[in-house]
Design a binder for this molecule. Structure first.
Ligand code: PHE
Length: 341
């Protein structure tokens, strides 16, 4: 075969291969085979030396034109591939910028956190400090300094999670009373919201982990009247209406006298209903005047100072306020439940 014929065949064959290529890779393969360093065109050029100078000039021209044709066709087909690629991507990744943005789904505060925040705001406005004690407490803060000695039967009232180092998970927020008295010194007003732990069997109304909010005021001439005033202020603000309260005797070693504070049932206004078990009253929070021993154990002279303290069951109050009938829902982590608040 003459060189002319070889070149013509290369042109025809390669143009056909370019036309048949269905991807950039196939196109590139055909190009390398024809025009690459070890391609057909390169091997044809090797035979140039055998030609006469006139022939060489003529065939050289032909070679250049073949090369030119193939390169031009290669470039244009490559460009077409790139353009379809881009068109396909644009079609696939098309975004309707006129659609409304999805936006961030806002989170919300847990009902207990909401209630806690409201009570903190109220008491702050009444001159109370907000203290947060540790959840891992010493036996001394949780029991002894609250007039609950090791032998006292009141320790049985609280099933305690003891830690191996002798510390414990606080069973109430009352140890923060002790911390408050020792750091703030009288006269003082403080509240202490937080998590407490008891070794309880869990059911619809009992949790091993729940929230309390402690309150304490130590000053000169503090009386039950002061206690009643602050409790009425607190409850009216939470329930957004006037509430009637009554005190019944209640026993806690760190208060004397100690009370259970009841409110006139908000559902039936005292007429008697299922919520108040037909008594007209709902038990709400224990409280009392700070026991002299408790003041003394925090180096406060009971002759000079007196105080009141209360322990609000924050979890229970949240359940009452929002009509939640199963305590386990509060910490169940179910967003369908939580987003209602
Ligand atoms: N600490 C007590 C409890 O958890 C409640 C309480 C607090 C009682 C303050 C009186 C005064 O049971």
């Amino acid at each position: 075969m003459t060189l002319d014929a070889k070149l013509e065949e290369l042109r025809r064959g390669t143009l056909a291969a370019f036309a048949a290529a269905i991807s950039v890779e196939e196109l590139e393969e055909a190009r390398v085979e024809a025009l690459g360093r070890k391609g057909t065109l390169a091997s044809i050029s090797k035979d140039f030396g055998k030609l006469s100078p006139e022939e060489r000039a003529r065939v050289g021209k032909l070679l250049n034109s073949v090369k030119q044709d193939l390169e031009t066709e290669y470039e244009s087909k490559k460009l077409r591939f790139e353009q379809t690629d881009l068109a396909e991507r644009l079609a696939k990744e098309w975004i309707d910028v006129t659609l409304p943005a999805p936006g961030v789904r806002p989170g919300s505060l847990h009902p207990i956190t909401q209630l806690q925040g409201e009570i903190e705001d109220l008491f702050t406005s009444l001159g109370f400090a907000v203290l947060y004690g540790p959840e891992v407490e010493t036996e001394e803060h949780n029991f002894d300094a609250l007039n609950i000695p090791a032998t006292h039967p009141a320790r049985d009232m609280q099933d305690t999670f003891w830690l191996s180092d002798g510390q414990l998970l606080r069973t109430h927020t009352s140890p923060v009373q002790v911390r408050g008295m020792r750091t703030l010194r009288p006269p003082l007003r403080m509240i202490a919201p937080g998590r407490v732990f008891r070794n309880e069997e869990v059911d619809a109304s009992h949790e091993h982990t729940f929230y309390q909010l402690e309150g304490m005021m130590v000053d000169r001439d503090v009386s039950v009247a002061n206690l009643t005033y602050f409790m009425k202020t607190l409850l009216s603000s939470i329930f957004k209406r006037e509430v009637t309260v009554r005190l019944r005797p209640g026993y806690f070693p760190f208060v004397e006298p100690g009370f259970e504070l009841d409110i006139r049932c908000l559902i039936c206004n005292g007429e008697g209903c299922a919520v108040c078990k037909h008594s007209g009253w709902v038990e709400l929070l224990p409280c009392g005047l700070v026991h002299p021993n408790v003041l003394r154990m925090s180096s406060i002279d009971p002759e000079e100072w007196g105080g009141f303290a209360f322990g609000l069951g924050l979890t229970r109050l949240a359940m009452m306020r929002y009509g939640i009938d199963d305590i386990r829902q509060l910490q169940g982590g179910d967003l369908r439940f939580l987003t209602q608040f």
